[in-house]
Design a protein around this ligand. Sequence first.
Ligand code: ASP
Length: 434
Amino acid sequence: MKKLALHWKILIGMVLGVVFALIMTNFEWGGGFISDWIKPFGTIFINSLKLIAIPLILAALIKGVSDLKDISKLSKMGGRTIVMYLMTTVIAVSIGLALVNVFNPGKSITEDTRTELVEGYTDSTAKYKETAAMQKDSGPLQALVDLVPQNIFSASTSNRNMLQVIFFAVFFGIGLILIPEKKSKPVKDFFDGVNEVILKMVDLIMLAAPYGVFALLAALVVEAPNTDLFIALGKYAITVVAGLLVMIGVYMLIVMTFTKKKPSFFLKGISPAQLLAFSTSSSAATLPVTMERVTEHLGVEEEVASFVLPIGATINMDGTSLYQAVAAVFIAQAFGMDLTLSTQLGIIATATLASIGSAAVPGAGMVMLVGVLGYAGIPEAGLALIFAVDRPLDMCRTVVNVTGDATVSMVVAKSVDKLGEPKRKDWDDNYHKE
Ligand code: ASP
């Protein structure tokens, strides 16, 4: 497998993982074997990626911001990033709403299936509702308050606090721009070095990626709920997936229009990150790889990527917002409710906000969906309807979340003249030798 590009190796690992699990499920002890002896390797793989997320953000962002040399560049880039993120999210929700209104997947759910699903999954969804209720208790400006940590060391102890770490890193970077060069140089050099080390660690972890995804997918297959439910929810799942595919098409169009790069170039460069997003269901865990792919393979300069991508991983979730729109209307349809146009427009706003608020971890989109349902007056019990297929859809929407971040990083880089030629060739996946 020496010359094979990384995305092929990962893909082979994924397929073998699924096949292996399907074979093992024929044996009584097969499921237990995978849970006990295979799954832990998947967990170790994800943990090793998460392990470097916070140090990576700190080092890359501090270096990136201080490299900008003046603050007006930073605000220009910041403004464009936020506008692009908002725009892509609104496009995503609108696509979701359009498709769910055309396909009407909820109308084909029978009364019996609905009752069965709601009864079967009520316990599982209680946890999600609880988490959502906790988040709802806070005031309107809570998100802003949460942005500023009281203590950077305690903030950096949890990957959930990524925005706080970003805030600190940008603030620190600004400080660094404002002090005399003589003093700032050693600090910059230090973070520069740390950044290199971390990117090297990403390379090393990626050597294990094909095996990691093998373990992750094998574990998912043996833990998946029964397939009957998939069929009942098939139309809903197809609607979400169709929307996500359209969104990938939109990204390619955006990349082509704004950066004049070919879609095949873009997809080839980003595909290992997409496959990893699919296998881990977590934009945060994928972030180190997204950063590496975008800078080394798509030609985005580091000072842009290190700013745009960590922010995107936490606030830009186009796949999640699209899914929330489809899910909300699907549940309403299944309960026989007709949503008015103004409610649907409101769903665009709430799904956009909910996706910004979703953490970059598996299942987060479902927690925030509670808010969207609440806004539109749709019964929360409906969460139980979609629970069975949430994990596979989570995997797909995470791919879109990551692709969206990469797209915006290219566009922003182009707009500030920081999009160059990729440093590495396709087949050259393990470098950082220099
Ligand atoms: N798993 C998604 C992500 O990490 C969030 C979600 O939609 O649940 O991007």
